[in-house]
Ligand binder design. Structure first.
Ligand code: UD1
Length: 318
């Protein structure tokens, strides 16, 4: 929707494995422009080939990937097969047809537990803690090598923790089954779908003992993609592969998020302290100076606004 609002003609490819076709109607209701849609699994080489034959594409934003950290530990080959093959096939087609301008959904997971906070883009890439995290690291490497060899231009956006729903409350997050992420678990608990929220650990070396993350409103995140694409299309990029942190720069503990949620929604939340979740880090929040200065992008929405939008979205579901 942010691309459409900025005048781009958008073509969506999705296999609908973790999304619903009705989203297209919801986008159309908000923007009054129906995006073209192709149901394609990016691992289907022939389908990707045909798609590029039939469509004149100026740039690609590659969001499609499996993203559940815990599941990736159980099913590593599914994650490598999906996240890596899809990326490689896409880049191959782009290279073969001289389609330039590639934006990649990367993650702050590439930094692991950074030694210095806030995390700048100069922080070293740590050994990945999960196959999911590894696919993001390997993905960045594949893009770096491709940019160098084929003279392509790409930007990786390293997302911190995206949350919230569009202000129209027509587009939001719909996790399949039991949510793994904090915010959908909170909203489902407040809605009575889940009995209680387990707070994973209160013995971290933080001010209240719970883990700290940088929660970024998904619409602010979307706007960063528009800026990144414009940077490539306008040939403003300084290197042919650049990367940017996309967060708010503010860290919030799990307890702070719970309290903020209770305050803005006036909903008491049923929670209990549980053991730490395996693989979780203590603290991650972004230094966003590079995105602020180079992309000329700054997040607008507060944690409270993002939580309220997530709650309104949840209420519409139940
Ligand atoms: C993880 C990944 C991130 C990925 C995202 C998407 C890492 C370091 N981060 O984010 O790259 O994009 O998943 O799936 O691999 N929590 C609870 N109770 C719950 C759920 C979560 O206390 O029921 C806590 C977690 O322990 C954590 C915080 O809430 O401290 C945020 O968790 P979550 O929303 O799952 O995101 P990350 O694990 O930070």
């Amino acid at each position: 929707m942010e691309l459409q609002n900025s005048g781009f003609e958008v073509v969506i490819i999705d296999d609908l494995s973790n999304s619903r076709i009705e989203v297209l109607e919801q986008i159309t209701e908000v923007t009054e422009i129906k995006p073209e849609f192709h149901q394609i699994d990016l691992r289907d080489k022939k389908a990707v080939y045909n798609f590029f034959n039939e469509n004149k594409i100026e740039g690609v934003i590659h969001f499609a990937a499996f993203k559940a950290v815990g599941e990736s530990v159980q099913k590593p080959l599914d994650y490598y097969e999906n996240n890596i093959n899809a990326l490689v096939y896409l880049l191959q087609e782009m290279k073969d047809r001289n389609v330039d301008h590639f934006i990649f959904s990367s993650s702050c997971t590439v930094y692991g537990q950074a030694d210095k906070l806030p995390i700048t883009e100069k922080a070293p890439i740590k050994l990945a803690k999960s196959p999911y995290g590894n696919t993001k690291q390997i993905g960045e490497e594949i893009i770096k090598d491709s940019c160098k060899a084929y003279n392509m231009n790409a930007i990786a956006l390293r997302y911190f923790n995206p949350i919230g729903a569009h202000e129209s409350i027509k587009i939001g997050e719909l996790p399949l089954g039991v949510p793994q992420n904090l915010i959908p678990f909170i909203t489902q608990t407040a809605a009575g779908i889940r009995e209680e929220l387990a707070v994973f650990g209160d013995d971290y070396p933080t001010s209240d003992g719970t883990a700290i993350r940088d929660y970024i409103h998904v619409v602010d995140l979307a706007k960063a993609h528009v800026k990144a694409l414009q940077r490539l299309l306008n040939k403003q990029n300084k290197e042919n592969f650049e990367f940017f942190n996309v967060g708010t720069g503010k860290g919030s503990s799990v307890m702070e998020v719970i309290k903020a949620f209770e305050k803005v929604t006036q909903q008491p939340l049923n929670y209990r302290i549980a053991a730490r979740r395996e693989g979780d880090i203590t603290s991650a929040y972004a230094d966003t100076t590079k995105a602020n200065e180079v992309l000329e992008w700054k997040p607008q929405e507060t944690l409270e606004e993002a939580l309220l939008s997530a709650w309104k979205w949840q209420q519409k579901q139940s």
